[in-house]
Design a protein around this ligand. Sequence first.
Ligand code: ATP
Ligand code: MG
Length: 232
Amino acid sequence: MKLLEVTGLSVFYGDLQALFDIGVSVESGQTVALIGANGAGKTTFLKAVAGLLTSKRGNIVFDRQKIGGYAAERIAHLGMALVPEGRLLFQNMTIEENLIMGGYTGRKGYWTLAKIYDLFPSIASRGREMPFVLSGGEQQMVAIGRALMANPRLLLADEISQGLAPVVVDQIYKSFPAIRAEGTSIIIVEQEVKRAAAVSDYTYCLLKGRVTLAGRSEALGFDALSHAYFGT
Ligand SMILES: Nc1ncnc2c1ncn2[C@@H]1O[C@H](COP(=O)(O)OP(=O)(O)OP(=O)(O)O)[C@@H](O)[C@H]1O
Ligand SMILES: [Mg+2]
């Protein structure tokens, strides 16, 4: 079953058109990677799908509902959760309060505080601390945990490896099988192409607001990918 089907999506920031006629679909249970250089439009795509940008055209169908005109909060209640670029933790709240905030939709399911702490043991004993005391990797775990607390059907993860050491990134991606095991579909935005291909079933490449390549991740050839990514 198709969980998300985006067709003909165009997004505008005032006079600037950031996305042109984008088509992306995600099957239930699938992990889809969205790759592309700086400014390609990856974050814009995730924000538009999550209802955070209103200046847009096209169709967005999530779980058989046309959500293109819905506000972000309504979309969150339907089961979509965003791990935003740069994490955007609530800095004046404790780690545990951050996680609890993620559950504000009241959606029930597998993910609870205890399950998040099982998934990320390094934040388990630190619930009463403030986010700034954590390492970058641990902060990213809180950001992912906060999104999971909404028990999403679709998790949107924007550059979760940004600024982190490779061993830490490995640690974070190790949590993905457990997330998928609960039936959650995932869209990951990644700048590191190899890693994106390794963790996903399907890959889309964006260049200057357009999809330049789409295909099963295991079948992507280096030359085609490099052409799609850099446009050269
Ligand atoms: N709030 C905004 N106002 C105006 N233009 C914006 C805004 N946000 C993004 N843009 C522009 O839209 C285009 C796409 O940006 P976007 O942030 O979606 O790219 P990205 O692929 O996520 O890049 P990065 O890898 O740097 O995060 C860029 O040209 C960017 O300058
Ligand atoms: Mg971005």
